[in-house]
Design a binder for this molecule. Structure first.
Ligand SMILES: Nc1nc2c(c(=O)[nH]1)N[C@H]1C(S)=C(S)[C@@H](COP(=O)(O)OP(=O)(O)OC[C@H]3O[C@@H](n4cnc5c(N)ncnc54)[C@H](O)[C@@H]3O)O[C@H]1N2
Ligand code: MOO
Length: 406
């Protein structure tokens, strides 16, 4: 559509800019104790200083022996007992050692026979099954080899990553400093929940939407009080935001109405690089700088703010805080709906994936947040596309933003 950037191009341009911004932030890394590092982005590759396990050990409770002795019917004397945490003596030739799960193998043993396959009488063990060299043994370095890269920079640390880092003995880890994001909502009609609603007013829901979504990405959010619809107030709020944040995110006031001052304010204080993207909902998206600080202006309609966050702000914030943005996950599913009125922009409809295909939420207004609550995916229809029941359509799962199953 004339004068509008395609979503893919807008995304590419934002990602490229975020990479430049990240380079300016490389110094902003910090060492973090493991237990406080969940959700943070790893700033450097981590190389294992040790093997895990450090030495070959038994995977089962049983008897350790040399493979040459592990014949069906063999009778062996138990020459020692090795529990997890104890240090084994070398195995006397022709004998076996009682061994417990996790205990290190004695020198001279290369096989473990599980106790269920043996008969024990006193200190004699009879093998009821033959075993092969290496059976029931976890070799040294089976999990992690010393010197290998165990986690790569850019990874968002999850519980299992922290456990892996603990398993190589680390107590702390280098992570990127969290992004500081200033969030501003514009609009004379906005009041905060808790205040009485006067005629003409609505509650400021976007503040909560954006603050929580940014927090889920690991950012530190500072909310600046709602901005009145004047050029002077908008300029002043943006100037304040630029002083304290790595990114400024606004909602509303970015369209063409005579109370929409975000665009002229950004043009006056910096530069506007993108304005209007060919998507519905979310057309009046703006991107640029306030002074040197990156600025992303999301539309005021709550669903438009949600969709532009998922498609454009999320990758920008991910990259700028050091994580690689995942490519959009796109599947094709049969449409469990029909649409014979083609749109002029690509549309991202709120949908739900079912065994019968993808269904649409009945309410697709860009002001209706309830459509997001019921959605687990966005159905991406290209401009001009019509859909019959059963047509294959592109579906973007909402991953972490997904609604709980009803
Ligand atoms: N003549 C035209 N009018 C509009 C166009 C257009 O191209 N030509 N674009 C429409 C589209 S598409 C959208 S989306 C909206 C977006 O406009 P703005 O981003 O400038 O947002 P506002 O006008 O300030 O608000 C739109 C809508 O959202 C409500 N809102 C705003 N902030 C919040 C908030 N913090 N919490 C909850 N709801 C909020 C606001 O009350 C309005 O209803 O413009 C169309 N118009
Ligand atoms: O995008 Mo507006 O984003 O169509 O409601």
């Amino acid at each position: 559509m004339a004068g509008m950037l395609a979503v893919a191009e807008a995304r590419e341009r934002l990602c490229a800019d975020a990479r430049l911004q990240l380079q300016k932030r490389v110094a902003a890394t910090q060492m973090m104790p493991l237990l406080q590092a969940c959700g943070r982005i790893l700033a450097q590759d981590v190389v294992a200083g040790i093997n895990v396990p450090p030495a070959a050990n038994s995977a089962m409770d049983g008897y350790a022996l040399a493979a040459a002795d592990a014949r069906l019917g063999a009778v062996l004397t138990v020459s020692q007992r090795i529990g997890a945490g104890s240090v084994a003596q070398p195995l006397a030739a022709g004998t076996c050692a009682r061994i417990l799960t996790g205990a290190e193998l004695p020198a001279g043993a290369d096989t473990v026979v599980i106790q269920e396959n043996c008969d024990r009488t006193g200190d004699q063990v009879t093998l009821n099954q033959a075993a092969e060299r290496g059976d029931n043994i976890r070799p040294q370095g089976q999990d992690i080899a010393a010197g290998s890269v165990v986690l790569e920079a850019g990874r968002r640390l999850r519980a299992q990553d922290l456990a892996l880092l603990a398993s190589i003995g680390l107590t702390e880890v280098a992570v990127h400093a969290p992004l500081k994001v200033a969030v501003l909502a514009t609009g004379d009609e906005l009041v905060e929940p808790g205040e009485a609603l006067k005629p003409g007013q609505i509650y400021n829901s976007n503040r909560y939407l954006l603050t929580a979504m940014l927090a889920e990405l690991g950012a530190e959010v500072e909310y600046l009080p709602a901005v009145a619809d004047t050029l002077a107030a908008t300029c002043e709020a943006l100037r304040q935001a630029a002083k304290r944040a790595d990114i400024i995110v606004t909602t509303g006031g970015v369209s063409v109405g005579d109370a929409d001052f975000v665009k002229p304010a950004v043009e006056a204080l910096g530069q506007l690089d993108i304005w209007r993207v060919a998507l519905k909902p979310g057309k009046p998206l703006a991107f640029g700088r306030v002074g040197e600080t990156p600025f992303i202006g999301l539309p005021g309609n709550p669903v438009s703010a949600f969709v532009t966050f998922v498609l454009l702000l999320e990758p920008y914030a991910q990259i700028m805080q050091g994580a690689e943005a995942a490519d959009l996950e796109i599947y094709t599913l049969a449409a469990n709906f029909s649409r014979n009125k083609p749109g002029g922009r690509d549309e991202y409809l709120r949908g739900r994936m079912t065994d019968e295909g993808v269904t649409l939420h009945p309410q697709q207004s860009s002001g209706a947040l309830s459509s997001v609550i019921g959605a687990d995916c966005l159905v991406w229809l290209k401009a001009g596309e019509t859909v019959e029941h059963g047509t294959l359509v592109r579906v973007l799962p909402l991953r972490q933003w997904r609604a709980a199953q009803a």
